[in-house]
Design a protein around this ligand. Sequence first.
Ligand code: HEM
Length: 702
Amino acid sequence: QVIYDAYFGKPIKDDRNKQLQSLNLTGPCTIKVEPCQKEEGRRIDGTCTNPKYPSRGGSPTPLLRMRPAKFGLGNTLRPAMNGSELPSSRLLRTKILSDGFPEDHEFNTLATHVFVFSTVDVADLTVLLRYAVVSDCCLGNRPNRVNPLCIPIPVTQDDPYLRRTGIRCMNLTRFSTYQEMGCIPNSLPAERYNLPTPVQDLSIVYGYSDLRERQIRTYQGGLLKSEMKDGVERPPGTSAICINNRRPVENACYEFGKQLFSVTIKCNICIYTCLGDFYDGNVLSGIYLTAMWFYREHNRLARKLAMINPCWDDQELFETARKINIAQWQYILYYELMSDILGRKNAIETGVLYETNGYVNDFDERHKPGVYHEYLIGTRWFHTFQDGRTDLYSRKGKYLGTRTTVDDEFRSGILEVNNTEADLTQGAFRQRAAKFDYTIEPDLAERVLGELQSASDLSAIDIMRGRDQGLPPYNEYRKICGMPVAHKFKDFEDAIYADVCFRSFLSLLPGRQISKKNNDDKTNEAYLENNEAGTYLYPSDVFVLQKVEQLRRIYDDEVDDMELMVAIYSERLLHGAWVGPTLFCIMVENLVNWRKSDRFFFEHGDTHAALTLPQLNEVRQASMARILCDNGDGVEKIQPKAMLNVSKKNKITPCEHIPSIDLQKWVDPKCYEGKKNPYLPEDYWSTGYNVPWSGQLYDYKK
Ligand code: HEM
């Protein structure tokens, strides 16, 4: 076993080890790594994801950066170029995004559930517990400038929504850092301390430590612990984190994989870290539904594999079920969700996706496993895509009612009451998502922490987080993303709407069609496709009137003060994609890195743990529709493209017609020596099913 320094990613030297030991910091600041083996599969704790950087991919791994960090003195938030504080993020938010409810014509709520689940797989939201419940960052309704952990958001007197309330400050605290844990000095740039494994490996389901693995496994038949109630399987409901459960009616709170973080750390500065990270699966309804489906899917796979391969022991069943589950999760994330969000053609051109029925051997040991700071900030853009309401539907598609999303935070106890899980599941694929646009749902914009805070604005927080994580100005990202560096605000107009008055005005004129000639962007195309010309005024259009000019005024004409997140919330959508050019560039960088840095990525064929080619092509049959058919409470029918709205081309179909993975490709001949195997196809031995990769198959390289 080698002890690695968690921050530096190098084996730890004796003197450093002694120093950490004397301060009782070995737990939070180091990662113990068993030597990486050629023959092994993906470890629960994420180590050896890339043997060149054995500790990277473990917990905790520092986030990656596309550009060096920029902080103020002593790691305070970056000041404006003139030395003052950057403008209020609430003021910025209210100038670039308006509150509103437009619905998306393409995606439904399930897409938002799956997306947010993918986020929580790689990032913990422990930071929430620091300010969401109690905080002193707005003492006396004024920003607390004394406590260095506080980064409150000032609210101006003329705030369009809060002016009547008297609220002039919103609570917010900084992320916890390696510095705060005592691992590195403050002379290094502040680095966020992030607990989950930073690759897409379903750590919400399986956890990311051996300790948690031991807690959640039954060690029989490869199964995870579960309980059956009214014929529905769920993880044990004994977690304590569901502070919003309305007891005694709503009692369950699920023991998903994320571990109880129990190392000894400096509890005087952070109770929340001592409490642990076991709650992530219970944070939001989208997360706890999706976690439930993939948790059940593990057990479904393990049971089927046990039937197919009766000689397999618990370990083999567990590992194989986990491998298939993660493989299909990665497939769904890349080939179903990201393909639609980035545009399939765009994603293929940039190496995110491949069109092949062979392996894609693009593992490159030079790539460090990790998630980019810019990705975790930038993909907050999808908060515009999130509806503030979650609808309940019956199995027959009858609308039954609506729940308020923010009031269901930390409240997975709702699932077992009044058939709510089944009704929310139906709602997930029947309810439209909110539109990708410049509006944000009022609940997310004004009260994202529900009853826990009197006012909280998610997009304003998103902008603050860019500062908290030390992101440099937007201009630096324009440069690396192939856009010209701006010298004056007007130069931003190549990516951000300058003045949309013309467009809105035209749409008001009865019978007028907006000219196709002038519509070079997706939003306008969507207008033409989805709205009858002349009947619909898109609320944000009026609002974003002269957006660049608004920004110029707020930033005092200083182009290098303009922030990445503000730009991402303002940029025009890229052709064929649902993100602007800068976020596209960031997402591509991150998604490509995830596949290149992870030797176990499902499409790689050059490791011992790789899927066989027939198995890989089975995984390519996976879909969210199938996951819901197999694991959704009461799902018997669904549209094949489950994350897209029901339409003529995407009709609700009985589950029997939704393709599924044929597990016969996992039949193990050793269970059938000398016996007839009911699962083996007739041509099993002649066609070479189940033959591991020999290095001779199609090796797809760009
Ligand atoms: C499309 C769905 C969503 C996506 C893709 C998404 C994405 C993200 C991302 C990337 C983060 C940053 C995570 C981190 O750095 O640790 C985040 C944070 C957060 N999100 Fe979302 N989110 C979604 C839906 C929601 C919903 C429905 C809510 C609440 C009702 C919500 C509330 C929050 C909160 C409170 C934070 C943390 C704020 C902070 O930094 O203090 N998100 N989200």
